[in-house]
Design a binder for this molecule. Structure first.
Ligand code: ADP
Ligand code: MG
Ligand code: ZN
Length: 519
C-alpha cells in the first residue's frame, strides 16, 4: 500500500520508486484524443457557423463579405490570372504607369541588355475600393506571370512570431518562379513608421518589415520579381520602404470621375437585365465620390432587391433603394416615431433643404427623408458639383453657404417651435459649422483680422490672438445664421408646405422637391 492520493502528481514517481510495473492503456488515450478532436471540431464548427452568419448578414447590408476566399490565410499563389486591363476601368493614368511594369515582366531581357534597372517595387496608393487589388491582378494577367498575394494584416495577426520567416519563404518561392509578382495588400499594417506607439504588435511588425527590406535589397532587380504593394495610407509608411531600390514607384489610384463611374456602371450592368428607362448617366451623376467597389455593390444590391420584389428586370426604383441602402444604411424597419418627433424632424430637414435650394451656387438637393436610418433621424442629401469636387477648391462664398445650410435645420426648429423647444438633434450640424468656421479663419486666411496665416492647432497661440479668433468665428457664424433665418422667414410658406409633405410621404425625391420649389 502506497502513500499516495488519487491524481497525485507525484504518483508516477512514487510508483517507480516502489518498482511497480506501469502499463499505459492505449484505449483510454485514444478515447481522450478522439474526445479532444471531437470537442475541437464541434467547437470550431459552432464558431465558424456563427461567424459566417454574422458576415453574411453584413454582406447584405453592403459590407464586404469577410469570409471571401480571396482572403485566404495562406500565401495565395495563382499561376493563371485571367484578369486583364480591360477589367479595370476609369483609372487610366494608373493603367498607363503599370503598362510599363507589364513590359518589364514580359521582356526583361530587352531592358537589362540596355543596362536599364528594372524597378523592384511599386506602391499603389488610393482610397479603398478603387481597384488596387484588381489592378495588381491585371498586371499579372497581362504579363502572364504567377501572382503571389498576401496581406499585411495577415502577417501581423495570423503569422504571429513567424512574420519574418514568412517573408523569407515568400521571396524564396517567388524567385524560383520568376518572372512573377508578389502582391502585398495593406502594406501599412507592416510598413508603418517605426518607433512610437508602443503597441504589443510593434516588435512583430518591425521584424517583418526589416525582413521585407532585407529581401528587397537582397535580390537583383533583374531577377524578375516585382513587388506590388497597396495602401490607402501612403503617408504613414516608413520612409525606409520608399527609398530608391525598394518601393520607388508610386502610382496613385483615384476615385473615378463622372465618365469613369458611368463606364464602371456599364461594366457591372452587362450581365444584368435592366429596364429600358434606366439612365446610367443619371446614376453616375448621383454617385459622386463612389469607388468602383461601391458602384459594383450598387448594381449587385439593386439585383438583389429586384429578385426579392419578384421582378424580372432591374428598375429605377430598385436602383434608388439600393443607393439609399448604401449611402444611408438600411432603413430602420419597426421603429415607431411619435407624430411630435416626426414634425420636428420634418421642419429640421425642410430647413436644410430650403436654405440649400435657395442659396445661389450651392449643391443640388437630391433627396430629403425623415425615415430614420442608421444614426440619423432624418437626412437631406445634396449632390456636390462635379467640377468643384474634382478640383477640391472651395470659395469663401461656398464655405459660408455650407455653414448656412447646416444651420438651416436648427433655425427652422427655432422659428416653428420657439427657442425653448429646440432639441439636441442639431449637434452634428453644429459640429460641422464650428469646424468649417474655424478652418476658414485659422487655416484658409479668410478673415481680415487674422490675415493670411495658417495656425496649427498645436501651435502656441497667445490669449489675445485666441480671443480674436473666437470673435471672428462668432461673427462669421452669426452672419450665416442671420442670412439663413431671413431666408426661411421670407419663405415660411414653403417651409410649412415642405414639412407637411415630408410628414405625409417621409421621403421626397429630387423631382418632387423641384416641383414644390418651382411652384
Ligand atoms: P482596392 O484594392 O482598391 O480596395 P479592389 O480592387 O479590391 O479595391 O476592388 C474591389 C472590387 O470592386 C473589384 O473586385 C471590382 O469588382 C470592383 N472595382 C473596384 N474598382 C474598379 C475599377 N476601377 N474598375 C472595375 N471594377 C472595379
Ligand atoms: Mg484591395
Ligand atoms: Zn440637421
Amino acid at each position: 500500500k502506497l502513500d499516495a492520493l488519487p491524481n497525485d502528481p507525484e504518483l508516477l514517481k512514487i510508483l517507480k520508486n516502489n518498482n511497480v510495473d506501469i502499463a499505459i492503456q492505449n484505449d483510454d488515450i485514444n478515447l481522450m484524443i478522439i474526445n479532444y478532436i471531437f470537442t475541437y471540431i464541434v467547437f470550431s464548427l459552432i464558431i465558424l457557423t456563427g461567424l459566417s452568419i454574422l458576415f453574411n448578414r453584413n454582406s447584405i447590408g453592403g459590407m464586404p463579405n469577410l469570409l471571401d476566399n480571396s482572403k485566404n490565410i495562406n500565401l495565395n499563389t495563382n499561376n493563371n490570372i485571367t484578369t486583364s486591363f480591360d477589367d479595370v476601368i476609369g483609372i487610366d493614368n494608373a493603367k498607363i504607369e503599370l503598362e510599363e511594369v507589364v513590359q518589364f515582366l514580359k521582356e526583361s531581357d530587352r531592358f537589362t541588355e540596355l543596362g536599364a534597372r528594372i524597378p523592384r517595387g511599386v506602391i499603389l496608393e488610393g482610397p479603398p475600393g478603387t481597384g488596387k487589388t484588381l489592378l495588381a491582378r491585371a498586371v499579372a494577367g497581362e504579363a502572364q506571370v504567377p501572382f503571389f498575394s498576401v496581406s499585411g494584416s495577415e502577417f501581423i495577426e495570423m503569422f504571429v512570431g513567424t512574420g519574418a520567416s514568412r517573408v523569407r519563404t515568400l521571396f524564396e518561392t517567388a524567385k524560383e518562379l520568376a518572372p512573377c509578382i508578389i502582391f502585398i495588400d495593406e502594406i501599412d499594417a507592416i510598413g508603418r513608421q517605426r518607433g512610437g506607439t508602443g503597441s504589443p504588435n510593434n516588435d512583430e511588425r518591425d521584424q517583418t518589415l526589416n525582413q521585407l527590406l532585407t529581401e528587397m535589397d537582397g535580390f537583383d532587380g533583374n531577377a524578375g520579381v516585382i513587388v506590388i504593394a497597396a495602401t490607402n495610407r501612403a503617408d504613414i509608411l516608413d520612409s525606409a520602404l520608399l527609398r530608391p531600390g525598394r518601393f520607388d514607384r508610386r502610382v496613385y489610384v483615384d476615385i473615378p470621375n463622372l465618365k469613369g463611374r458611368k463606364d464602371i456602371l456599364e461594366l457591372y450592368s452587362k450581365n444584368k437585365p435592366l429596364d429600358d428607362n434606366i439612365d446610367l448617366d443619371l446614376i453616375s451623376r448621383r454617385t459622386p465620390g463612389f469607388s468602383g467597389a461601391d458602384l459594383a455593390n450598387l448594381m449587385n444590391e439593386a439585383a438583389i432587391l429586384t429578385a426579392r420584389n419578384n421582378l424580372t428586370t432591374i428598375g429605377n426604383n430598385e436602383i434608388s433603394n439600393a443607393l439609399d441602402r448604401i449611402t444611408l444604411g438600411a432603413q430602420k424597419k419597426n421603429s415607431v416615431i411619435s407624430l411630435q418627433k416626426k414634425e420636428l424632424v420634418a421642419y429640421h430637414e425642410a430647413g436644410h433643404a430650403i436654405v440649400g435650394a435657395l442659396t445661389p451656387n450651392y449643391d443640388t438637393v437630391t433627396k430629403i427623408t425623415i425615415a430614420p436610418r442608421g444614426n440619423a433621424g432624418g437626412l437631406t442629401l445634396f449632390a456636390p458639383d462635379e467640377d468643384r469636387l474634382e478640383s477640391g477648391l472651395y470659395t469663401k462664398d461656398y464655405l459660408k453657404s455650407i455653414i448656412s445650410v447646416a444651420l438651416g435645420g436648427r433655425i427652422a426648429e427655432e422659428i416653428i417651435f420657439g427657442e425653448e423647444e429646440i432639441t439636441t438633434g442639431a449637434s452634428s450640424d453644429l459640429e460641422r459649422v464650428s469646424s468649417i468656421a474655424r478652418q476658414m479663419i485659422t487655416e484658409f486666411g479668410m478673415s481680415d483680422k487674422i490675415g493670411n496665416v495658417f495656425i496649427n492647432s498645436n501651435d502656441y497661440i497667445s490669449l489675445d490672438t485666441r480671443a480674436i479668433i473666437d470673435a471672428e468665428i462668432n461673427s462669421l457664424v452669426n452672419s450665416c445664421y442671420l442670412y439663413s433665418k431671413n431666408l426661411l422667414l421670407n419663405n415660411i410658406d414653403l417651409l410649412h408646405e415642405l414639412a407637411k409633405l415630408l410628414i405625409e410621404k417621409e421621403t421626397i425625391t429630387y423631382e418632387e422637391f423641384n416641383n414644390l420649389i418651382n411652384n
